[in-house]
Write a protein that binds this ligand. Structure first.
Ligand code: TRP
Length: 427
């Protein structure tokens, strides 16, 4: 039985859902500390170059593939390549990458949910230095019970939204959470930059140290651009498959890329001015938001509330990303095997939870279990984000630019696009 494919209720719904996929832990947790470690404003400039020259075209390419074929990544490549096994495998790689990323991403998302609860309980109140908050973080993340409970809880939230469907689930959740997120982040930015001594943090972000830029920083910036835009595994392709042929792809892509970049930069301005104002050190790397921030809020008037707001914001940003990952693998099974979305979302949620258990346990008891010097968490992260995503991105670009060919692909891009700069439509 063919079930009619769902479509986004509105253009705004699509943009907010796709921007929701893009905006996530990558923007709020990772981008600020990468800027801090890699030359401040110089890194931001490099990142913007990667976003505009590489990110934007691949965003357009992915959405175009999905919208043209109206299928999951595997089905889309099968249809547009007329059954070429290589390209079908590229779609398959995307689905596998979706399983892998979701499995460990959900663990960190679970921590942020756990921190909402800890913030409400007031667990951070007595701390006045990042070391003691770090000890709490270590003790929480090293309890299998705590980590796995929130890993499971976050997966249940994710499944609940996918279970409800594209418009009733993803679109509705994104339309509620994205404006809320933007609002909360602006509140926190204003709180941060109006603190005494915040100027130093602003200067830290804006000071361009071009001597910190090397080939390696370039790779870090490019990798971050890919991860942050949710590129290279068919997430935007899948969201594009629910898009109507009357919508303008380049314009939508611009809005998505703009929102993602804006929120990453705002996250920097939310965190660093406050960190400096509190006299804390900026170069904390990955532990920045779990060790430094809880303490920082103690020194801020109204900190108890702002801390809850912060972790709530982090959890919402993560949730609009986890749903996009679960959606990719869910549509794959629904399209290819004709099962019901409801059953598939629950079963896949359970499977991804299990795949994520070793990653979660990397912080509680399995630290010593390493492969190539990496914990399970580190290994899954490395393989999926540093190898599979860039590989997928290259193949997507090659597919549209070379195999399908720009000349053949262009008419599909122009559907719904009245004016596209530099292109004469009447050919
Ligand atoms: N972009 C999200 C972030 O910045 C993470 C994410 C969601 C993702 N879906 C993805 C990354 C697909 C790569 C591919 O946190």
């Amino acid at each position: 039985m063919e079930i009619k494919r769902e479509q986004w209720g509105s253009r705004l719904g699509f943009i907010l859902a796709a921007a929701g996929s893009a905006v996530g832990l990558g923007n709020i947790w990772k981008f600020p500390y990468l800027v801090g470690e890699n030359g401040g404003a110089a890194f931001i400039v490099l990142y913007l170059i990667c976003i505009v020259l590489v990110g934007l075209p691949v965003v357009i390419a992915e959405i175009l593939i999905g919208r043209t074929a109206q299928k999951n990544p595997v089905g889309s490549f099968r249809e547009l390549s007329k059954g070429n096994p290589f390209w079908i495998a590229v779609g398959g790689l995307g689905v596998i990458t979706g399983f892998l990323i979701l499995s460990y991403y959900n663990v960190i998302a679970g921590w942020s949910l756990g921190y909402v609860i800890e913030s409400i309980k007031g667990s951070f109140r007595q701390f006045n230095d990042p070391e003691s908050a770090g000890q709490l973080f270590n003790s929480l993340s090293s309890q299998p019970y705590w980590t796995l409970t929130f890993h499971a809880a976050f997966m249940i939230l994710t499944v609940a939204i996918i279970y409800a469907g594209v418009t009733k689930g993803i679109e509705r959740a994104s339309k509620f959470m994205m404006p809320m997120l933007l609002f909360l982040i602006i509140v926190l930015v204003i709180r941060g930059i109006t603190l005494n001594g915040a100027g130093e943090g602003v200067r830290y972000l804006l000071k361009a140290d071009f001597s910190a830029i090397s080939g390696k920083t370039f790779m870090i910036a490019l990798g971050q651009a890919f991860f942050s835009l949710s590129l290279g595994m068919g997430a935007l392709l899948t969201y594009g498959s629910y898009m109507s042929k009357n919508e303008n792809i380049p314009n939508s892509a611009l809005s998505i890329v703009f929102l993602d970049t804006l929120i990453a930069i705002l996250a920097g301005f939310m965190i660093f001015p406050a960190v400096f104002a509190m006299g804390l050190k900026p170069a904390q790397g990955p532990s920045l938001i779990f060790n430094v921030l809880p303490v920082m809020f103690n020194a801020i008037p109204g900190g108890y509330i702002f801390r809850i707001v912060f972790f709530l914001l982090l959890s919402m940003a993560a949730l609009t990303s986890t749903i996009s990952l679960l959606e990719v693998i869910t549509t794959f099974v629904v399209d290819e095997f004709n099962f019901s979305r409801k059953k598939v979302s629950v079963i896949l949620g359970g499977i991804v939870f299990l795949i994520g258990v070793p990653s979660a346990m990397s912080f509680c008891g399995w630290q010593k279990f390493t492969i190539f010097g990496l914990t399970c968490f580190g290994l899954v992260d490395f393989i999926s984000a540093n190898i599979f995503l860039p590989l997928g991105g290259i193949f997507i670009a090659l597919f549209v630019g070379w195999f399908w060919g720009t000349r053949k692909a262009l008419p599909y891009l122009l559907e719904g696009t009245k004016n596209f700069p530099g292109v004469i439509t009447a050919t």
